[in-house]
Write a protein that binds this ligand. Structure first.
Ligand SMILES: *Cc1c(COP(=O)(O)O)cnc(C)c1O
Length: 355
């Protein structure tokens, strides 16, 4: 039985990439050494880094006046590095759309004055704000896709300060116009590769603080400052290669739209399950849903697991159920999820008919 992993992160990776990595694990490019034994300063590893950056630039159409930084510490460390590095007046704007935004706000408060310009009251009734005109803000931070709540921006606000976005759960899953942002960041483990790598895409002219501790200063990461997570970068380069072969971000987005439509359509027609978000702000990659009953959600989670649909529990902070459909999830996975929900709804508490 094929197992479909709907984890919100670390998420599913393309099986073909994992097989290639396995095959090459003992002897990287015929060297007789594993990638995890290879110097990050070696020419071989430098080629991997260059290839990663070149492919990411191509896939996301990143303009030449942006730098790609490969960091550690997850998206979470960016919650601090952003205000530390981009401070000028010490005033930062944030839009609070959920759990991850709140964490970003809490860390930013340690480095200056935070103005929360808009807050989503209910995740099911989430309305993005219209515009920002305040020029005294050093930047405006948005969480483009809310992994836990299952919401996303469809239209971006008009702003005249640098826009900073957490794209941890939608990078490379849908088109993002990089040129509209001052800085984008993402932990790799949702749509790029294994955990341990954080990607920061930063416009070169963005304000830059000085006198920061060496690791925390963006300016020190144009080349590798210290030993990065070499294994994560290596696997991530393979994932980008796979993505290009599959047709790039446009192909990923089309596939993700088909897959999420399959799931949302079923949830909208079901008498047993319902989506927690309605309308245009529904996320493409994270679909929270429920039976409406905490206990029954748990029963269904178990039922799904015995039918090859795994990791569909909601985030520990909110409970319920959640299906994450990242790039490596094939459309067949979305169909399996719906088949399993239908079998459950029809009272067939038995194994999935196809398995
Ligand atoms: C997962 C996630 C984070 C946290 O990422 P880490 O790499 O674990 O620090 C932050 N923001 C969003 C939107 C996420 O989905």
């Amino acid at each position: 039985m094929t197992i479909y992993n709907f984890s919100a992160g670390p998420g599913m990776l393309p099986p073909s990439v994992l097989r290639d990595v396995q095959e090459e694990f003992l002897s990287f490019q015929g060297t007789g050494m594993s990638i995890v034994e290879t110097s990050h300063r070696s020419a071989r590893f430098s080629d991997v880094v260059t290839s990663f950056k070149t492919r990411l630039s191509r896939l996301m159409d990143i303009p030449t006046n942006y730098d790609i930084l490969l960091l550690q510490g997850g998206a979470t460390l960016q919650f601090s590095m952003i205000p530390m590095n981009l401070t000028r007046h010490g005033r930062f704007g944030y839009i609070d759309t959920g759990v991850w935004s709140k964490k970003a706000i809490a860390d930013a408060r340690r480095f200056g004055e935070v103005e929360v310009l808009a807050t989503s009251v209910e995740r099911a009734m989430w309305a993005p704000f219209d515009s920002v005109t305040s020029e005294s803000l050093d930047y405006l931070h948005v969480t483009l896709n809310n992994t836990i709540e299952g919401t996303r921006y469809r239209d971006l606000p008009d702003v005249n300060v640098p826009l900073v976005a957490d794209v941890s759960s939608n990078i490379l899953a849908e088109r993002i116009d990089v040129s509209r942002f001052g800085l984008l960041y993402a932990g790799a483990q949702k749509n790029i590769g294994p955990s341990g790598l954080t990607v920061v895409i930063k416009r070169q002219d963005l304000a830059q603080a000085t006198d920061l501790p060496s690791y925390l200063d963006y300016a020190n990461h144009l080349d590798l400052l210290n030993t990065p997570s070499t294994f994560s970068i290596y696997v991530a380069e393979r994932v980008l290669r796979w993505m290009e072969e599959e047709g790039g971000v446009a192909a990923m987005q089309e596939k993700n739209e088909r897959s999420s439509d399959i799931v949302y359509d079923y949830l909208d027609r079901s008498d047993r399950f319902r989506a927690l978000v309605n309308g245009a702000s529904r996320s493409l990659t994270n679909i929270p849903f429920t039976t409406g009953d905490v206990q029954e959600d748990k029963v269904f989670e178990q039922f799904a697991e015995t039918n090859g649909v795994v990791e569909i529990g909601g985030h520990r902070s909110v409970g319920g159920l959640r299906a994450s459909l990242y790039n490596a999830m094939p459309e067949a996975g979305a169909r399996r999820l719906v088949d399993v929900m239908r079998a459950y709804e029809e009272g067939k508490h038995v194994s999935h008919p196809d398995v």
